[in-house]
Design a protein around this ligand. Structure first.
Ligand code: DAO
Length: 182
């Protein structure tokens, strides 16, 4: 059982950022308050020669309640005492996109197929999270392999978000060309 205390959440043991690098497709997402990225979300993690992790991401967003566009996002990661816990500074290529400074925790990954990410933006007085978001990433845009589903479900439960995810579509609504036009 889990007590849902943010401080007690178990993250990936011996996290290896080099193996984590590369392209990940978001296949499920638990949204934060004021959600931003809607679907066709693809993140690319890079490790510099000095070990610094950065990322670029794109996804479909709606801004000002009606304008649909492709968000090009950039992120830099600060290391913490735990190799699987980062602080992520992010901003958009266009000024009207979201900026922020969030946790970026890698809960579990096999590096080759799936990854479960978690960020708590606001903790309540009782130590549980009152505004979180989480991505389930896959190396494959088609989704998780059946053999990865059990562990991902376990991890969703451990971070107290089981049943709170929606599926993230990859329907080319955000094709490279469409994205490039922005
Ligand atoms: O979509 O509502 C939301 C929250 C996500 C905001 C951060 C996105 C930009 C950086 C993505 C890097 C990889 C996770």
């Amino acid at each position: 059982a889990q007590d849902c205390q943010v401080d007690n959440i178990q993250v990936m043991q011996n996290f290896n950022r080099t193996k984590y690098a590369g392209t990940w497709y978001a296949v499920a997402k638990k949204d934060p308050v004021g959600l931003f990225l809607l679907d066709n979300i693809v993140a690319q993690f890079n490790i510099a020669e000095d070990g610094q992790m950065t990322a670029t991401a794109e996804g479909r967003v709606i801004i000002l309640q009606q304008w649909e566009l492709c968000a090009h996002m950039f992120a830099t990661f600060e290391d913490t005492y735990d190799p699987a816990k980062f602080k992520m500074k992010y901003w958009g290529a266009a000024a009207n996109l979201q900026t922020g400074y969030d946790d970026h925790w890698v809960i579990s990954t096999d590096y080759d197929n799936y990854a479960v990410h978690y960020a708590c933006r606001e903790k309540g007085y009782d130590g549980t999270c009152i505004d979180s978001y989480s991505f389930v990433f896959s190396r494959h845009p088609t989704g998780l392999r059946p053999e990865d589903q059990y562990i991902v479900t376990q991890k969703k439960q451990e971070i107290c978000l089981l049943g709170k995810y929606r599926r993230v579509q990859h329907n080319g609504r955000l094709s490279l060309v469409w994205c490039y036009l922005w």
